[in-house]
Design a protein. Structure first.
Length: 502
């Protein structure tokens, strides 16, 4: 990318506050034609707020936005789209029950005498997707296709016509490696055609693979803008955190109490309705058991069985030496299990409810709804949880949807810790959160293990599992492929196990 490329979108001195909290303070950002520009920072750094200002969802309190050298003031995302600024979010904001073609042109369908010209809609859709080398049936429902294809359809819709700026907000969080490669190919095509692309992600490997420049935000302020190829990773992390990163990079295995015969949880030849089969492992008090494997390997399915979300089809589960049949989540909770789900947006948080209300949900369910916690008790418990897990929250009565992803994840963790579980099941506990919250959650895992809690952790991040697990189960095709224990645990060992022939 040459410096001579013209600046398409320029933000100068952008400031934004909410109820006395300064979310953005005098932030500058330049996006050039034909570049992929990363926007990085911890959760709460101001990334989402800046995007919403750029796209007209928020009005800035101060500063100026210029597009092609002309000052603009988009009042809504539709205004921004008309100007040529489009956004594709992590959760694809299309309609899965409609066809691909309809999704591409909904709200702007070609009409004649007031009637939609469906043949022309389908024809235009095929031509548009052909430009992206995407050969799919535009008559199929969008839900028929993978999340990666849905993302590409959303991008095609976003850039159709006169798009000058494309904002991609965590587009790869739910994609496997093959799907990421497909998405990146399309992004590079758009870059080569002169589109300015803002790429928001927490995957640093992807930043160095795809982007030309990086702008870092911290605490609502711009730390700096850097050429990606000239910025060492350690310096990038230091810019994001405002401190040197040391502990995160040092593997540390949790130490369990007792020997392997003293198992708190034991699975013997377990098969279930969700497809896993022949699963065998033991977990002691204080164990951190990692579940590794590629997408679709069966990691999440094991979590689902333990929490009673899928039926046990064969085999046995023993808890503290006694047979355990996880028939339902309520039964699992009574037995001392807790689950932080993979998709916190859908299965974790209750978006309209406050932080306080979200925090006490599991404890209230455990007590029974006929024994309600008083508001005073709720506020005391919420205050303790917010302080203990360092949840960045100005007011426990604010809707949880207003918190960053990392802080939402901390709320879910705190909610279950209130129930004092003996076995905590975490499915992708650090997905979609920044590196600072990531470090805090890893530290919390180690602390809970040291206190004697048993953790079962499914993660696609091998480095993360190696950092805290004292046993790693490697999954493939919903079967247990290998078990790696103690000092034998390393990234190379896990990768070798995944790569071994069936």
């Amino acid at each position: 990318m040459a410096d001579a490329q013209p600046t398409v979108l320029q933000l100068r001195g952008i400031s934004k506050g909410f109820k006395g909290i300064r979310a953005l303070n005098n932030v500058d950002l330049d996006l050039r034609a034909g570049e992929v520009h990363a926007l990085l920072g911890e959760n709460g750094a101001g990334k989402s707020t800046l995007i919403k200002v750029m796209t007209g969802a928020y009005r800035a309190d101060g500063g100026e936005i210029c597009l092609d050298g002309n000052a603009i003031e988009p009042h809504t995302p539709i205004d921004a789209q008309k100007l040529g600024i489009s956004t594709v979010y992590q959760e694809v904001n299309l309609l899965p029950n409609l066809s691909v073609a309809h999704n591409l042109y909904i709200g702007r369908e070609p009409r004649r005498l007031g009637f939609i010209q469906w043949r022309k809609v389908r024809q235009n859709a095929r031509e548009l997707l052909r430009r992206f080398d995407l050969d799919i049936d535009v008559n199929e429902q969008l839900s028929h296709y993978s999340i990666a294809i849905q993302h590409l359809v959303a991008i095609a819709r976003a850039v159709d016509g006169s798009a000058k700026v494309l904002i991609l907000d965590e587009p790869t969080a739910s994609l496997d490696a093959r799907e990421v490669a497909l998405l990146f190919r399309i992004v590079r095509q758009l870059r080569d055609k002169g589109v300015a692309i803002l790429f928001v992600t927490h995957f640093l490997d992807q930043v160095y693979e795809l982007t030309d420049r990086i702008t870092v935000l911290r605490n609502g302020e711009r730390v700096g803008t850097f050429v990606t190829s000239e910025l060492p990773r350690r310096e990038l992390i230091s810019h994001m955190l405002g401190k040197e990163l040391q502990e995160i990079e040092q593997p540390h295995h949790c130490q369990a109490a007792g020997d392997d015969s003293d198992a708190l949880l034991q699975l013997s030849d377990v098969s279930s309705s969700n497809g896993i089969s022949g699963i065998n492992f033991r977990a002691r008090r204080g164990d951190a058991v990692g579940l590794a494997g590629l997408l679709g390997s069966g990691r999440s399915e094991v979590c689902s069985v333990l929490f009673g979300l899928s039926d046990l089809a064969a085999g046995e589960i023993h808890l503290a030496g006694k047979p355990f049949q996880p028939n339902s989540p309520s039964g699992a909770i009574k037995a001392g299990f807790a689950l932080c789900p993979e998709d916190r947006k859908i299965a974790g948080i209750v978006d309209p409810l406050s932080v306080r209300e979200n925090l006490i949900l599991a404890l209230q369910a455990q007590r029974g709804w006929w024994r309600p916690l008083s508001v005073r008790e709720q506020r005391e418990l919420a205050s303790q949880a917010i302080k203990s897990l360092k949840i960045a929250c100005s007011d426990m009565e604010k809707p949880i949807g207003e918190l960053s992803g990392g802080n939402q994840q901390k709320v879910i963790l705190a909610r279950w810790l209130m129930t004092r579980p003996q076995i905590l099941v975490l499915d992708e506990p650090t997905r979609g959160i920044d590196i600072g919250a990531h470090a805090e959650i890893l530290q919390l895992i180690r602390k809970l293990c040291a206190e004697g809690m048993t953790l079962i952790v499914a993660s696609s991040e091998i480095e993360e599992l190696v950092a805290f697990s004292n046993r790693i189960l490697v999954m493939r095709d919903k079967k247990l492929l290998d078990t790696i224990d103690g000092e034998a645990i390393s990234e190379n060992a896990v990768l070798a196990a995944i790569a071994q022939p069936a």
